[in-house]
Design a protein around this ligand. Structure first.
Ligand code: IPD
Length: 265
């Protein structure tokens, strides 16, 4: 194992585990909305902010020369070439309502490549992790995508944005896709959706409008479990479109989403 990757993994697991305990055990009964972002339903809680501080504090202590990019505003330019991409709570709306599917997502990137990804869903008791080239694991057991079904038999998850116009178009895409697949799920955490593809609990996942902190760790975990990930056909995954599925299904799903215009509003 590459010593840098081993160190980054150990730090990411430590930060995710500590933040997970803090968020799970410290969730106030009367948790409210601390601020809104792009719209009234795009919310931040005091716990998102506190957890990002906890995580970035730990990372800065251990590796002070690294860059940091966090959903709640962390933005530090370091000199080491390593960048941490952090979502302190992916699935904030689930967390706000007390639903179990939310996760801490931490990825370490270097020269544009993700080296390490950790997604920790504390209420589900799950820690997914991957190191580039070394497979993906759920609580220390290797995970693998399930064999690709044809599109018509695929269980596909997706997510929706926070702006009404975008949501209306996303609903239009789903309106066409639903009869063409087994069923659609909307779990509420992109990071967990990608990990559920990795673990064979979903056949595929797609979403328009994610941010790097939503998918950086889950993308590596899905790929290391045998999934293909990307955006529009021939393009890498990006905030415009994120698609993940096992080879065989991936190409079909990507092509159909392209025809349906899932990449625009
Ligand atoms: C959100 C979740 C959700 C997805 C949204 C994301 P957040 O992340 O991943 O599943 O549909 O697009 O913004 O805001 O809870 O960190």
């Amino acid at each position: 194992t590459d010593p840098l990757e081993a160190e980054l993994l150990e730090i990411a697991l430590d930060a995710a585990t500590r933040a997970g305990a803090f968020l799970r055990d410290g969730r106030p009964e009367d948790l409210g909305v601390a601020a809104t972002k792009s719209s009234a339903i795009d919310v931040v809680t005091e716990m998102d902010i506190a957890a990002e501080k906890l995580i970035t504090g730990l990372l800065a202590d251990r590796r002070p020369q690294d860059s940091l990019l966090g959903e709640e505003g962390a933005s530090v330019e370091g000199s080491s070439g390593v960048q941490w991409v952090i979502d302190p709570i992916d699935g904030t709306v689930n967390y706000l309502y007390g639903l179990p599917s939310w996760a801490i997502s931490i990825a370490a990137r270097k020269e544009g490549e993700t080296l390490v990804g950790v997604v920790h869903a504390p209420v589900r008791g799950e820690i997914f992790r991957a190191v580039r080239g070394q497979g993906a694991f759920l609580n220390d057991r290797p995970v693998r995508v399930r064999p690709a079904p044809e599109l018509g038999l695929a269980l596909v998850s997706t997510g929706f944005g926070y702006l009404a116009e975008r949501k209306a178009h996303q609903a239009e895409v789903v309106r066409w896709l639903i009869p063409e697949v087994r069923d659609i799920r909307r779990g509420g955490s992109a990071a967990i959706d990608l990990c559920d593809v990795a673990a064979g609990r979903l056949d595929g996942y797609y979403e328009r409008g994610l941010n790097p902190w939503d998918y950086a760790a889950g993308d590596l975990i899905a790929r290391e479990a045998g999934a293909l990930t990307g955006g529009r056909p021939g393009e890498p995954l990006s905030p415009a479109l994120t698609v993940a599925a096992a080879p065989g299904l991936f190409e079909q799903l990507q092509r159909r989403l392209d025809e349906l215009g899932a990449w625009h509003d």
